[in-house]
Design a protein. Sequence first.
Length: 246
Amino acid sequence: MTELGKVYLIGAGPGAADLITVRGARLLAQADVVLYDALVTPEMLALCSQAELISVGKRSGQRSTAQEAINRLLVECAQQYRMVVRLKGGDPMLFGRADEELRALEALGIAVEIVPGITTAVAAAATTRQPLTKRGVARSVAFFTSSTAPDQPEHPALPHTDTMIQYMGGREAAATAERLLAQGRSMETPVVVVENCSRPDERIARLTLADLARGLDAAHGPVLVMIGEALRLREHQVDNAAAARA
């Protein structure tokens, strides 16, 4: 039997190449083959120029590689190469379909190691200088997405929490706002929208929940929507979204 290689599920972080972990960058530089997501930047791929590069991009609402095909490709690569990297945007364990890939690899006894990455919510909090928790205001945070499996309800229940972070929220954010307003949330609840977080074309918008219910402008990259009182501007805080527009 041919000796199987090892697969590393590595988080690329929110986008900027220098926000990958040191361990992630070191392993990329040693990889024989890298299967990478659509949101991984060319600058990130430059860290593994020695490897064979295989795009398995997955973008919401766009034609992309089926997860089952990615699973098969990971297995095939582990049968051919000593060191296989599956490079995922953000963190592999948060909305990264890692469970399905782990199941496929573990079923065949293929060794797997996971290297965490900076998830976009944390990077967005940093770039906007808005802590997601705040003493006396917000003690809980929920990460959620409106994307569901085929056998799940189209509109899953919204989390009951102080700060809400909606991943892949561009098209679904207005519906989320309408549901929150119907549940009694204030129309003036602060909302921060971050598009292309940590990249040169990053955009930040500060809204209210009522604004969000009217919809967002068309986006050209991944959108993260942050909702909650913890996102209200501090007394002396500079609004970096307004500064960027000036």
